[in-house]
Design a protein around this ligand. Structure first.
Ligand code: SF4
Ligand code: MG
Length: 310
């Protein structure tokens, strides 16, 4: 999957007229087959929107998107519906993404029927296979989402995505709504499925420790832009952006607390971002020049960082 200059803007209509919200700006990304790219940042930084854009659930305002050598940013109609098989999203809150009036059989089987992957006769087998892959019994097919725990519901949500035999999955905070005790089970399930099925992931989370655990590379997002991207080890051992260092300070289980000041202040509005560097209002080492121009990503220490002072 390849994104170039990918940008997503929303137009919000309020009492004072229209406001353009630039949720995602100028993202360049390459995600290789079988790779897990982690995407981390605070809530509201645009990471969910970027994830939705990469699977064509949000439209790009500018930029291009390519999947397996085909431009997909402008696909509509049947070609877009066909593409949806390959690109799936696993949602944060399984309860809100699973229709409570549908039995698990229908929840998992609906899309495969539409895509012609199963007939009414073969559907039970397809659903059973999907359930077994995520460690759920066949009998779950005859029950409703509310009859399961949060962790089980997330397994059903994953089974539903897998039933289409996708190639690329955006997992948007897939464990954030779950009890800590079941988070690691679901994370490990996703890792195993990737290995067994050769899946490619974009793994979105606000928790850098989880992202570090599952990802080959990690991208750090702030106010709609990527501010640092590198291997998981680059980000863990050689973070250069002050924002990445602050996120690491908040993840003591992996973070080097040395030289990392905790994050102060609120996230500014994407509608009225600070001039120059978007992080400067919270940056512990900001200098006057940081207000003048926005730093572009450039290679430092073998990975990319957007900061004037590194
Ligand atoms: Fe901080 Fe300046 Fe670097 Fe932005 S450019 S992260 S304000 S030092
Ligand atoms: Mg989000």
């Amino acid at each position: 999957l390849k994104a170039r200059g990918a940008s997503v803007e929303f137009t919000v209509r309020g009492r004072r007229g229209k406001t353009v919200v630039p949720a995602v700006q100028d993202i360049d990304l390459d995600i290789a087959p079988g790779e897990t790219l982690g995407l981390v940042g605070e809530s509201g930084c645009g990471k969910s929107t970027l994830g939705r854009a990469l699977v064509r659930l949000a439209d790009l305002t500018r930029g291009t998107l390519e999947f397996q050598g085909t431009q997909i940013g402008e696909l509509k109609g049947k070609p877009l519906r066909d593409l949806r098989r390959d690109l799936q999203l696993v949602f944060q809150d399984p309860m809100s993404s699973l229709n409570p009036r549908m039995k698990v059989r229908e929840l998992i089987g609906e899309a495969p029927l539409v895509h012609g992957l199963a007939t009414k006769d073969s559907l039970d087998d397809l659903v059973a296979t999907a359930l077994e892959r995520v460690g759920m019994p066949r009998s779950a097919a005859d029950r409703y989402p509310h009859q399961f725990s949060g962790g089980q519901r997330q397994r059903i949500g994953i089974a539903r995505a897998l039933a289409l035999e996708p190639k690329f999955i955006v997992a948007d905070e897939p464990v954030s709504a779950l009890d800590v005790s079941v988070q690691s089970q679901v994370v490990n399930l996703l890792v195993e499925l990737q290995r067994d099925l050769g899946l490619t992931y974009l793994f979105v989370a606000h928790d850098l420790a989880v992202v570090d655990y599952v990802s080959d590379r990690v991208a750090v997002m702030y106010l709609g832009r990527i501010v640092e991207i590198g291997t998981d080890e680059d980000i863990r051992e050689r973070p250069r952006h002050p924002y990445t260092k602050a996120l690491l300070a908040a993840a003591p289980e992996i973070g080097r607390t040395e030289a990392a000041a905790p994050l102060a202040g609120d996230v500014p509005s994407v509608v009225n971002p600070p001039s120059g560097c978007p992080f400067r209002t919270r940056c512990p080492i900001a200098e006057p020049q940081c207000a003048e121009s926005r730093p572009e990503l450039r290679v430092v220490d073998g990975h990319q960082v957007a900061c004037h002072l590194v």
